[in-house]
Design a protein around this ligand. Structure first.
Ligand SMILES: *[C@@H]1O[C@H](CO)[C@@H](O)[C@H](O)[C@H]1NC(C)=O
Length: 341
């Protein structure tokens, strides 16, 4: 391991372990607290706890349509549990689970958990929540060495499921399938992916570890780059990456290519794949059902997460891309999915 690698490892791992701690289910007595987890990782590396480096300029490389564009985040958490008793019979979660899938999820954070109508829909229709922003790097460590898990803790407190799905690497690819410029790629090259996954595995052996990206919306260079990288990593070190997530922030009409994409991703050497941030401009019925059916028809696809409940809280609010309108009423696409399921 070179000097540069040694120097970088601590902050890669600190980021991972920092996030890991917040994710810990509160009712799991075996879970390490955030700081303890970070310290353990540092000790493993024989590095002082505070010796990590991170600069906004280094990580803020996003330029494309991307909900994380200002977040500087390569790590985020998803929660996954068995079908939730709290989801109503006949709701999205219950319907999708009846086909053997794990979850129909939505993103959430304290800002939307404060809205009663939103919470009602989360309870009736969704079995999984993904932190929208609260576990991104800029939220958990706004300044070097200054940690804030307040919003993340609120979300975890709200969530009741214990199963976890962890995005270890998020949005690391260029559109042409090569690795994006980042402090990780620049200094460590491709090996940062393996380093990050191995550290995540060590920190939380039970978590399902994902690599996740956007614009994997046709069988394009980025999809091929993703599949190739995952296969290289898992061939060299079997079982390193558990799953591939495709965000699916779609335009109208792109639902038609969802099946081809899922088939291509599922052909990679991974145990599972998932749709992680689905929303579709103007929420066309056809596109939404095509995407959900594509997951149903792909054995490795374990679940679908939509990027919000109501249009009014969407990062793309002006394009009304979600399943519930501004008054939290189900839209046509919602009804079509329920019928399809
Ligand atoms: C891929 O795209 C990036 C960003 O535009 C560029 O810097 C890089 O040179 C491209 N790589 C190849 C192999 O074309």
């Amino acid at each position: 391991m070179g000097d540069k690698m040694l120097k970088l490892l601590p902050f890669v791992l600190l980021a991972i372990s920092s996030v890991q701690q917040v994710s810990a289910a509160k009712n799991d007595p075996n879970t390490l607290s955030a700081k303890v987890a970070a310290k353990v990782m540092m000790e493993i590396l024989h590095q002082p706890y505070n010796e990590h480096a991170y600069s906004d300029a280094d990580a803020n490389t996003n330029t494309n349509v991307d909900p994380d564009s200002n977040s500087d985040s390569y790590y985020s958490y998803h929660y996954r549990g068995p079908p939730q008793p709290s989801a109503s019979a006949g709701g999205l979660q219950q319907k999708l689970a009846s086909h053997g899938k794990y979850y129909f999820g939505a993103c959430a954070d304290p800002n939307t958990l404060n809205i009663a109508s939103n919470v009602n829909v989360l309870k009736s229709d969704f079995g999984c929540v993904t932190p929208e922003n609260s576990m991104k790097w800029d939220a958990t460590e706004p300044n070097r060495g200054q940690f804030n898990f307040g919003n993340a803790d609120q979300l975890v407190n709200w969530a009741t499921s214990n199963g976890k799905m962890w995005d270890v690497c998020n949005e690391i690819f260029e559109e042409n399938g090569s690795l994006r410029q980042s402090v990780f790629a620049r200094v460590l090259g491709e090996s940062f992916v393996t380093v990050a996954f191995q550290a995540a595995r060590k920190t939380d052996p039970k978590a399902v570890l994902y690599i996740n990206d956007y614009n994997l919306d046709s069988v394009n260079a980025k999809v091929n780059g993703m599949v190739s990288l995952v296969n290289r990593v898992n061939q060299a070190n079997p079982g390193t990456i558990d799953g591939i997530g495709t965000q699916m922030h779609l335009q109208s009409g792109q639902g038609s290519t969802a099946q081809a994409v899922l088939t291509a991703l599922a052909a990679a050497n991974v145990k599972e794949i998932a749709i992680t941030e689905l929303d579709i401009v103007q929420a066309p019925v056809n596109d939404y059902t095509q995407v959900v059916n594509a997951c149903l028809n792909t054995p490795k696809c374990v679940g679908v997460t939509v990027w919000g409940v109501s249009d009014t809280n969407s990062w793309r609010a002006s394009s009304n891309p979600l399943l519930f309108d501004g008054q939290y009423r189900p839209k046509a696409a919602y009804n079509a999915i329920i019928s399809a399921l």
